[in-house]
Write a protein that binds this ligand. Structure first.
Ligand code: NAD
Length: 264
């Protein structure tokens, strides 16, 4: 249903070309959002997601490319995005990477540390700084009675230690704090910040460890006894974007089938 205060609903999903980001794009499309799909390389995955989002109900979809590890690109990228959309009501920081090599903690290299933290932590922090300024400015010039949203896709790795990808865990733990910080900073100015913490989700990122996780899930690692899907995460974004959680800034929502329930 169209929101009278946001006659044209607009959203940006970083890393929206495939995987979890694609799942989020398709759910926002069903709500009728005009969407920018952001990814590093664009190409056919982004174009396919665009076609599917248009079929799902989005009135307009644009694919944009930028490297979120390149901090010089942020302001111009955010400016171009807002110029195109005319506004932005939902910004989803989803893009992220796993380390190229799952190395034991004692073998973590400074190069991998920098690459993962630049992409997963420094990138979203400074990108969100830029997005927040644009959102506050747009709210100054429009009489919105409903909030805007910034969403961070972190991971259960924010709290669950994996000793073969320490740099990834550190990046996600840091990103959880980034979400809390922006939630506190923007709460009184009409911007709601939410953290979504996925568990084991079937995407290209986890394709190389499919057999390992199949076996762990069969042994009971996930109480709900299945892989998560990009749609599972997308549906949480739907609830947020629809305004169903509008008194919950700073909320952390796990999408992990119960994996992080402490059990005996
Ligand atoms: P994926 O590899 O399938 O997709 C990643 C997306 O991020 C792609 O669109 C890619 O273009 C984009 N991206 C990566 N680096 C980028 C960069 N430097 N600049 C711009 N875009 C970049 O991964 P996924 O599994 O869909 O993961 C999405 C997010 O969810 C990530 O932040 C990941 O850490 C997180 N996550 C994934 C899982 C999982 O099990 N798959 C679990 C928890 C959290």
């Amino acid at each position: 249903m169209m929101n009278p205060n946001h006659p044209e609903k607009t959203a940006v999903v970083t890393g929206g070309s495939r995987g979890i980001g694609r799942g989020i794009v398709l759910q926002l499309a069903k709500l009728g959002f005009k969407i920018v799909i952001h990814s590093r390389t664009g190409g056919e995955p982004a174009q396919q997601t665009k076609r599917d989002a248009l079929l799902a109900g989005s009135p307009e979809v644009l694919c944009m490319e930028a490297d979120l590890a390149d901090h010089d690109q942020y302001n111009s990228f955010v400016q171009r995005t807002f110029d195109h959309l005319g506004s932005c009501h939902v910004w989803v920081n989803n893009a992220g990477i796993a380390p190229q090599v799952r190395a034991d903690l004692l073998e973590t290299t400074p190069e991998s540390w920098d690459h993962v933290l630049n992409t997963n932590l420094k990138g979203p922090f400074f990108l969100t700084q830029s997005v927040a300024k644009f959102m506050l400015n747009q709210r100054l010039h429009n009489d919105f009675s409903t909030p805007d949203h910034i969403i961070f896709v972190t991971s259960i790795s924010s709290t669950v230690a994996s000793i073969q990808r320490g740099e990834y865990c550190v990046s996600k733990a840091g990103l959880s704090m980034v979400a809390q910080l922006f939630a506190a900073r923007l709460a009184s100015q009409g911007v709601i910040v939410t953290e979504i913490r996925p568990g084991i989700i079937a995407t290209d990122m986890t394709a190389s460890v499919k057999d390992k996780y199949d076996s762990l899930i069969a042994q009971g690692l996930v109480p709900q006894a299945r892989w998560g899907t990009p749609e599972d995460v997308g549906k949480v974004v739907t609830a947020i974007a629809r305004g169903d959680l509008n008194f919950s800034t700073g909320a952390v929502i796990t999408v992990d089938g119960g994996l992080t329930i402490a059990r005996l």
